[in-house]
Ligand binder design. Structure first.
Ligand code: TYD
Ligand code: MG
Length: 455
């Protein structure tokens, strides 16, 4: 019997300690330490496996390294291509995180089925061949080059990959995998870390790009896994509201591209549909003008989006007025309310205020401020604002309307979608060639002007 060593490992950040501790001194999470065992033999075996794979590299001058454009494999999906920075890079390890049931398996199976002219190995440790087959029939795409493997042992997966020689591999999910070099159960931090590191090494050596699915804990972290984010090349997050059919694919880390990209999908009965023109779905069709609605021209990554902000302002009958915001920072809303109260004399102090961003989207872009302010005033006064007007500017503490980035792209998008007027900051209007656009630009420098012009 090999001598066992017991360590306690934080399941959140991977820190370890010889004794159990209640609060992790590294990541400050409570109750995350779990007992894990390693044996001396195991460690030796691990060291050997590392040693066998290293020691052949020699230093080279940076100028002698051959520069070449990274070749990218087209995934056949416009949204995923953009999020990845133009396609799949050979030998890259891509982690796809998301809550259970959000559609991670559907997305990657669909990509696997869509890829043409390459061999794909879809490894599942979660579902049986038949379940996956069922899902594939639902998606309704045939691909004879897509192979299924139900396996959870990393070494066995590599063995099959050696035989099949696929061009792309998908592993569903990292939490089900285990490697012979670690004794802890699948899903524990040491297993996750070791399995991911082994897959990363395999990907780099063979040039095989690998997609890894990872589950997310309730607080939005890929289970265990800040540790994993360092190992992999790309971290994607698949998110969305259960009550909406829209799903957002975000880049959190990308060694081969920008991290501010967003892909939007719609979950349908037959798989996911890429939403090419998101503004169309984010703007509701309405027959009459309603109060409390204003449209913001915001940016998600490099892409302009027109999105509806909705506010409801009602008299507060019970004690402290209610303040609630969905998809927008409630503290920022409170700040905007205070600005309106102080600079324009609105009495929000006696009102309940609710704010909602349409489509279940969560917005950080401050350029949405102006639209939020307009929606608030519109609901307060119960006066609708035309749905042909768009807004893009940040609002400062003294009620000043500030410039935002990429203004021309926002204007061009609003123009394309048939808006007649757009409000921007005076400080943004310099150097804009208005004759290029059909829409009328109104530049303002203070929120008070907004009230005078619109209400
Ligand atoms: P799934 O990919 O299994 O989620 P995850 O791998 O992230 O846990 O998808 C889950 C949901 O998607 C499930 O509730 C059923 C739904 N779905 C559709 O609405 N349409 C479809 O075509 C498919 C395949 C799934
Ligand atoms: Mg799944």
């Amino acid at each position: 019997m090999a001598k066992q060593k017991t360590v306690y490992v934080c399941q959140n950040c991977g820190a370890n300690s010889a004794k159990w501790v209640g609060k992790c001194p590294v990541c400050s999470e409570w109750n995350t330490y779990v007992e894990e065992h390693t044996s001396k033999e195991e460690e030796k075996a691990k060291e050997k496996s590392y040693a066998a794979k290293s020691g052949n590299a020699v230093p080279v001058p940076i100028g002698d390294v051959i520069e070449q454009d990274t070749e990218r494999l087209n995934t056949g999906d416009t949204e995923l291509n953009r999020v990845l920075g133009g396609g799949i890079v050979a030998g890259s390890l891509i982690l796809l995180g998301g809550e259970p049931g959000i559609g991670k398996s559907t997305l990657l199976l669909q990509i696997a089925l869509q890829l043409k002219g390459v061999k794909i190995l879809y490894v599942s440790g979660e579902e049986s061949d038949r379940q996956i087959r069922l899902r594939a029939s639902r998606i309704g795409i045939q691909n004879k080059d897509c192979f299924l493997l139900t396996e959870t042992n990393v070494q066995a997966i590599f063995k099959q990959a050696e035989i099949l020689q696929p061009d792309v591999m998908v592993i569903d999910s990292i939490q089900t995998l285990h490697t012979v070099y670690v004794e802890s159960p699948p899903g524990s931090v040491s297993q996750l870390r070791e399995c991911t590191a082994e897959i990363q090494r395999y990907a780099k050596e063979s040039g095989l790009p690998v997609f890894l699915i990872g589950h997310i804990t309730k607080d939005g972290m890929i289970a265990g896994p800040k540790v994993l984010e360092h190992i992999v090349d790309v971290v994607l997050q698949f998110e969305g509201d259960r009550h909406y059919n829209y799903r957002m694919l975000r880049t959190i880390k990308n060694r081969f591209g920008s991290t501010s990209e967003l892909g939007i999908y719609e979950m349908q009965g037959t798989g996911l549909r890429a939403v090419i023109n998101p503004s169309e779905i984010l703007l509701t069709q309405r027959e009459e003008e309603l109060s409390g609605i204003a449209i913001a021209a915001m940016m998600e990554g490099a892409r302009p989006l027109l999105i509806e902000t909705q506010a409801l302002v009602t008299p507060a009958f019970y004690g402290t007025p209610q303040r609630s915001a969905t998809g927008f920072d409630v503290r920022r809303m409170n700040m905007l309310l205070a600005v309106l109260e102080k600079r324009s004399g609105f009495k929000f102090g006696t009102k309940d205020v609710f704010l909602n961003i349409a489509g279940g989207l969560r917005v950080d872009d401050p350029s949405i401020d102006l639209a939020v302010v307009v929606a608030l005033i519109s609901s307060y006064q119960d006066k609708p604002v035309s749905s042909k007007i768009a807004f893009a500017a940040e609002v400062g503490l003294s009620g000043e309307v500030r410039a935002v980035s990429k203004i021309e792209q926002r204007i061009a998008e609003a123009d394309k979608l048939g808006f007649s007027t757009m409000f921007i900051s005076k400080f943004n209007s310099k150097g804009i060639d208005e004759s290029k656009y059909q829409l009328e630009l109104i530049s303002i420098s203070k929120v008070q002007q907004l009230v005078e012009i619109l209400f």
